[in-house]
Ligand binder design. Structure first.
Ligand SMILES: Nc1ncnc2c1ncn2[C@@H]1O[C@H](COP(=O)(O)OP(=O)(O)OP(=O)(O)O)[C@@H](O)[C@H]1O
Ligand SMILES: [Mg+2]
Length: 255
């Protein structure tokens, strides 16, 4: 069964950046293969990873639904289920050490819960194929209540060095309890920290009962790569952000 790592946190805190570097860690240090799931309809995990996406599960699903609605013949007489499974396979982009599945946004009306059922179902199923799954979630807490996965081994909650970021992390932590989600380990990563606020933020988080796995410094390389549209995945191995994320993941003793 796959080891599943998922991201959470307030908007813009660095969830996608850290998910991307986590994928790199699993490829480089654990030998992969990794299934990367972009579960944020607005996200661009693919840009962080440096791969091109030609379609999304949401778009394909819309296509399947249209076939059903129009009553036209399904290709090869496939059942809806088979057709969709075929399409999910089509949506997987293969890269070196990892594959990427982009959920996208269902384009028709009111398909959100269906999309979430699909994420859950396919992550469950693909869990047998990939030793590691990394899910990059959208900002906020919606994805938790929608239960995009049955179980998560590590929930990486990312905060910026602000009181509001930590408060959101605390609310996420509370919601995990409230919903009784199956989460092995929950940790907080404080991202974009500069030396001035390092201690203060860490102790604020700890005082509110969160388990701080570590801090990631504000790294000008990340900013530069962003500016030039270069994938964060290809940051030099000795850049501050890569080193910090790798050392945090080392400390989590991932199987
Ligand atoms: N350690 C860091 N140092 C410098 N810049 C960073 C760092 N981490 C993230 N950033 C920058 O902060 C911005 C937001 O990062 P990212 O997209 O990963 O956040 P997010 O939490 O996924 O956002 P969203 O909620 O929109 O999905 C990006 O421009 C990213 O390059
Ligand atoms: Mg993101």
């Amino acid at each position: 069964m796959a080891y599943i790592i998922a991201s959470a946190g307030k908007g813009g805190t660095g969830k996608t950046t850290i998910a991307g570097l986590t994928i790199r860690y699993l490829v480089e240090k654990k030998g992969g293969p990794v299934l990367a799931v972009d579960a944020d309809p607005n996200s661009c995990l693919n840009e962080t990873l440096g791969v091109e996406v030609h379609t999304t599960v949401g778009r394909l699903r819309e296509g399947s639904l249209q076939i059903v609605r129009s009553g036209s013949e399904r290709p090869g007489g496939m059942s809806m289920e088979q057709l969709f499974e075929y399409e999910v396979q089509q949506a997987i982009v293969e890269s070196r050490g990892f594959d990427l599945l982009v959920m996208g946004r269902p384009e028709g009306p009111g398909c959100y819960c269906a999309a979430n059922n699909i994420i859950r179902k396919y992550v469950d199923r693909l869990s047998d194929v990939y030793p590691y799954v990394v899910i990059d979630n959208e900002a906020g807490m919606e994805h938790l209540s929608r239960r995009t996965t049955h179980r998560v081994d590590v929930l990486l909650t990312v905060s910026d060095p602000t009181v509001r970021g930590i408060q959101t992390a605390k609310r996420i932590d509370g919601l995990v309890d409230e919903l009784g989600l199956e989460v092995g380990k929950r940790v907080l990563i404080i991202n974009r920290v500069n030396n001035g606020n390092r201690k203060e933020m860490k102790s604020l988080a700890e005082r509110s009962g969160l388990s701080v796995a570590g801090v990631v410094p504000l790294d000008s390389m990340v900013y530069e790569y962003d500016l030039q549209g270069k994938p964060i995945f290809r940051l030099p191995g000795d850049s501050q952000a890569v080193k910090a994320v790798f050392s945090i993941l080392d400390s989590l003793a991932i199987r």
